[in-house]
Design a binder for this molecule. Structure first.
Ligand code: SF4
Length: 505
């Protein structure tokens, strides 16, 4: 069973469905492990990976700090190259511009390469609502389009499907049974799409990076479909989130080092296309007309926000998804928005500035920081998740019961006497629910936790109780140490005792 078309309304409901979908879990686990392993190997082989991450971060910080300057520089240069540049404040504006171009061209269809921003705008739906067929040409996007679903990963849209499910989908399209053999399945899609490329009026792409100094756009891909999309149709429309700009081709060298390695573990993407304007007189191919739609849609809300501006540094590599223990268990659809995983959990509420509606996805995180470690431009997503939670409480949307509980917790943990008293009570109280040394009840807040694991009971002798013995053992050990080292350690202990230590359990 697939959970992807679920009408479940909360993250918890969608996560429960995903956890019970064995196909989905196996497929997501298999691919994320492969991607994560590939990335780790590529980073290790590269050598000074952290240094490059820092270089990437500095480029993104600088660009976003001067975003208006670089956007204007890009727009001026792109216009000088013959590109029609449009700025869209909202999702509706971007869709309106794209539809107007398609209608002016009397287009019956649009062939697309993979683009998360068009997913964000629900552009396929809008095109189809006015009778224009939207054809996805990226293999993963094509598969989920046939399935009537949305991408569940930034770079591997059909990550939640295995080859047997894909063979079933493509067999329906082919009108005959296709074997679950990846080369046969890819061959079928290739043939099918070739016909579409030749008959379609408009090619539509996203944009990995826009180069301000020359007004160029750069696309990274592995299948060659984006190159077809940008060379065969007579008109090209590119949609780009306003943050996807970098100052120069020199900066692209750093990004081209970070992006493929972080995304798939590849040293270099198979195809990297740099496009500077429509076809010129002597060019063999390329579009006669080219449009670039630069989309804001909530991005500028992050500018000047000290907690969230770094979100705009994201290069959409997907590494944080592959590293996240939550994403690896529930896949992308459980997050409920266009973007999933740790970046989606922050970006979705941030783009809408609607903490109340999307608050629960900020809770779908263990705050382990694996996303930060994986991120090639060092975006502190774990800190942002905490900020989102805090903003939810500050905006009055917090859970009242939880607030009372946290106050009580703070009162107990902040006072040694209360802590000891509470511990004594808990040891007595737990006798009602302990079985074979573990707390197995599913009552109250332990329900969710104990549904998938057991909680160890409080031991008869706590760490604090045993501290006296341990301290004596340590003192004995100290006596046997070199006198100089002992002297230093005793000084540290004295300092701690005279006021450095906190008064809690
Ligand atoms: S937040 Fe970092 S790791 Fe996640 S998609 Fe963006 S750049 Fe990649």
């Amino acid at each position: 069973m697939s959970t992807t078309n679920s009408t479940a309304s909360s993250v918890k409901e969608r996560a429960d469905l995903a956890l019970n979908d064995e196909f989905l879990r196996n497929a997501v686990r298999f691919t994320t492990e492969r991607l994560r392993g590939g990335k780790m190997k590529a980073a290790e082989e590269h050598g000074n990976w952290d240094e490059w991450r820092e270089r990437g971060r500095q480029i993104r910080l600088h660009t976003i700090a001067h975003l208006d300057y670089y956007l204007n520089l890009f727009a001026d240069n792109a216009r000088a190259n013959g590109v029609h540049v449009h700025f869209a404040d909202t999702s509706a504006d971007a869709v309106k511009i794209a539809l107007a171009i398609a209608e002016r061209k009397s287009a019956k269809s649009v062939v697309k390469s993979k683009s998360m921003v068009t997913e964000e705008l629900h552009l396929n739906h809008a095109l189809e609502s006015i009778g224009i067929e939207a054809i996805e040409s990226d293999l993963g996007e094509y598969i989920i389009q046939l399935a009537g679903e949305t991408p569940s990963h930034i770079i591997i849209p059909a990550i939640h499907k295995n080859r047997y499910q894909i063979a079933d989908l493509l067999s329906k399209e082919a009108g005959e049974t296709l074997p679950p053999d990846t080369s046969i399945l890819a061959g079928f899609v290739r043939k099918k799409l070739r016909e579409k490329f030749l008959e379609t009026e408009i090619g539509m792409t996203g944009c990995n990076f826009a180069i301000a100094e020359t007004g160029s756009m750069v696309l990274f891909e592995n299948e060659g479909n984006a190159r077809m999309v940008t060379t065969v149709p007579k008109t090209q429309i590119t949609l780009m989130g306003m943050e996807r700009i970098i100052p120069s081709w020199t900066d692209l060298e750093v990004m081209a080092t970070l992006l493929p390695r972080s995304a798939t573990g590849q040293k270099l993407t198979v195809y990297m296309s740099g496009i500077t304007g429509p076809r010129r007189e002597h060019d063999a191919d390329g579009p006669d007309e080219m449009h670039m739609i630069i989309v804001d849609n909530g991005r500028s809300l992050q500018l000047g926000d000290p907690e969230f501006q770094e979100l705009l540094n994201c290069i959409r590599c997907g590494a944080c998804l592959n590293a996240c223990p939550v994403y690896r268990h529930i896949g992308g659809h459980a997050y409920g928005g266009t973007y999933s995983g740790p970046i989606g959990a922050v970006l979705t509420p941030a783009l809408k500035k609607n903490v109340a509606e999307w608050d629960d996805i900020a809770n779908a995180s263990s705050l382990c920081g694996a996303c930060y470690e994986a991120c090639p431009v060092k975006i502190p997503l774990h800190d942002m998740l905490v900020s989102l939670r805090r903003r939810k409480v500050e905006s009055g949307h917090g859970n009242k019961l939880e607030a009372v509980g946290m106050k009580g917790f703070s009162a107990v943990m902040g006072n040694s006497g209360r802590f000891k008293g509470m511990l004594k009570l808990a040891k007595i109280g737990q006798k009602l629910v302990v079985q074979s040394g573990d707390i197995r009840t599913k009552l109250g807040p332990l329900k969710g936790w104990n549904s998938y694991r057991v909680t160890p009971s409080l031991p008869k002798k706590s760490f604090r109780d045993g501290w006296g013995t341990l301290e004596a053992e340590l003192r004995q050990g100290l006596k046997e140490l070199d006198p100089e080292v002992r002297q230093r350690m005793e000084t540290i202990v004295k300092e701690r005792k005279s006021g450095g230590g906190h008064e809690h359990g």
